[in-house]
Structure formats: C-alpha cells, structure tokens
Unconditional design. Structure first.
Length: 100
C-alpha cells in the first residue's frame, strides 16, 4: 500500500484526477493514512483487513466521507465511497488508485 498513487475518481458529473500518498499510521498495525484522499487535501485514516480497506466515517475539509476499497494488486486499488458536503445528500464515487 505504501507509496505514491495516481487517482481517477468517477462521479456522476465529471471525472477528476488527483495524486495521493499512502503511509503507515503509527498508532496501529492495521491502519494506513492517505494524504489527499478524494482530492480533499487532508489525511484520511483507513483500516486494513487483508485485501479489504475500510474507510470509516470521518470529516475532511467539511466533507463527511465513508466507504471501502479493495487491494487488487501491488499497483492497483479500487474504491467506492460516499461524500456528503454539509447538509446535502451523499454522492457515491468510484475511484481507482494506480501506483506511480
């Protein structure tokens, strides 16, 4: 998981591209940190369970996010998550991480 990734996010309206970095979360052996998750320029904390990634509900830059991912191989991770901005409805996103 650790390293730099190019991310392609596919929402309903338009595709967005951004980079992120995955690092180890020193507080627990089964957690990682993702800098710039969903292009929100903050760090998301993710629980790792084998090849499954759990993105627990958390707030980044005023956006509430929650979802899950799947480690496909050392160069590819897929994600499905919801983003809720303020009091608006949640929008679902599918995002692919490709190792840089």
């Amino acid at each position: 998981y650790i390293g730099l990734w190019t991310c392609t996010e596919v929402p309903i309206a338009k595709t967005m591209y951004f980079d992120c970095e995955i690092s180890i979360d020193g507080s627990s052996e089964d957690k990682i940190k993702i800098q710039n998750f969903a292009g929100l320029n903050q760090i998301a904390t993710v629980k790792v369970n084998g090849k499954s990634l759990i993105l627990p509900k958390q707030t980044l830059n005023g956006n509430t996010i929650e979802g899950f991912g799947s480690y496909v191989n050392k160069n590819y991770i897929t994600w499905q998550y919801y983003v809720k901005v303020g009091n608006s409805d949640s929008s679902m996103y599918n995002t692919n991480f490709n190792r840089k």
